[in-house]
Design a protein around this ligand. Structure first.
Ligand SMILES: [Zn+2]
Length: 358
């Protein structure tokens, strides 16, 4: 019996995915609805948290029967901030609602199945772990991996250290979605709230949820501009219809759609200018996630324009392609969370971690 089989999971707010990972290969993927606060009756978030742990154990047992071997390791990619030093999930709005509190997932899983090595990582870290395999370490110093989807997160990978540096106390890095920013539409300051409850967080403006909020503001506040726009027909539609009309408007060069795009790319461009000011060894910024995917190539063009407008002191005047040279666009693969979880669990099997604490 090889025991090379690893149970891998991609735990998102909408779907849970699972598979067996064997020697770098992903087996057939099973997908089910997430157990979340909207679709599951519960008296407190604790019940949902325990239900997640119970699902992970039951599904590992099922995968074990399916592949007819004893599974000793599991890798979990989780769409929530995770303390990398102890596997504590710090919160998850999409899974457990706005006031969920933290959850000792690692401890809960170890109590239920102490014979399994449970590796838990944030989904951005798992996506980075999947991407980094394609990079030539000789050609990079540091890479920033950024996901712009329902929420926004980033991870910096340091090739010199061979990992993702995290805060030694709090176990975090790259939660840029919760940085306070200022966002303006036609000179008017917007005041939106993040899913975490925080005011003016980057997520509130530049994520998929953020852009939808801004698009919904157009009808009451700018009815004439919206009527003249290619997005007019979708004004009373559902979320998907509004977002699709926005994507098509951006692709067609619709003036209003491009103004909305500039509003959502500017706060992120300003964060990149701060990061690049402090870290001149940052040689690639990888952009992925549903928002980027739906809006390319206009998304990176808008981001670059906002970055040049803001400027990097004594750099962009003489080197206007400074950011554009660093941008890499990666399509968000459905399987990257599972593949990343597989790589991270394999590292854990070998006594290694992608996280570096010093
Ligand atoms: Zn937030």
């Amino acid at each position: 019996m090889s025991n090379r089989e690893v149970a891998v999971f991609d735990i998102g707010g909408t779907h849970f995915r699972s598979a067996v990972w064997t020697n770098g290969q992903l087996g057939p993927v099973t997908r089910r609805c997430a157990i979340n606060y909207l679709n599951t009756a519960h008296d407190s978030p604790v019940e949902l948290q325990e239900a997640l742990a119970a699902y992970l154990v039951a599904e590992t047992n099922r995968l074990q029967l399916e592949c007819k071997t004893v599974i000793k390791h599991a890798g979990i990619s989780l769409g929530a901030p995770v303390n990398a030093s102890n596997g504590r999930v710090l919160q998850s709005g999409p899974l457990w609602g706005p006031r969920s509190g933290s959850f000792e997932l690692q401890g809960a899983l170890t109590r239920l199945r102490p014979d399994i090595g449970w590796m838990i990582a944030n989904d951005v870290t798992a996506g980075l772990a999947s991407y980094i395999r394609t990079c030539d370490p000789e050609r990079h110093s540091r890479i920033l991996f950024v996901t712009v989807s329902t929420g926004i997160g980033s991870r910096l990978y340091d090739f010199a250290r061979g990992g993702v540096p995290v805060d030694p106390v709090h176990g975090l890095q790259g939660e840029i979605g919760h940085i306070k920013v200022e966002a303006f539409f036609r000179g008017t300051r917007l005041k939106f709230t993040c899913d975490c409850g925080g005011c003016d967080h980057l997520n509130a403006y530049s994520s998929g949820r953020g852009v939808l909020k801004l698009l919904r503001e157009l009808s009451p506040h700018y009815p004439d501009d919206l009527a003249a726009s290619t997005m007019a027909a979708a004004r009373d539609g559902d979320d998907d219809a509004i977002l699709s009309a926005f994507s098509r408007g951006v692709a067609a060069g619709d003036v209003l759609a491009l103004e909305v795009l500039a509003t959502i790319t500017r706060p992120l461009a300003l964060i990149f200018s701060v990061l690049l000011t402090h870290d001149p060894l940052l040689d690639a910024i990888v952009l992925t996630g549903g928002v980027v995917d739906a809006l390319e190539p206009a998304y990176s063009a808008s981001l670059d324009r906002q970055f040049r407008d803001h400027g990097l002191f004594q750099v962009t005047e003489c080197d206007p392609s400074y950011l554009a040279r660093r941008l890499r666009i990666v399509a968000p693969g459905d399987l990257s969370g599972l593949i990343g979880a597989g790589h991270l669990a394999e590292m854990a099997q070998g006594g290694q971690s992608i996280h570096v604490f010093r």
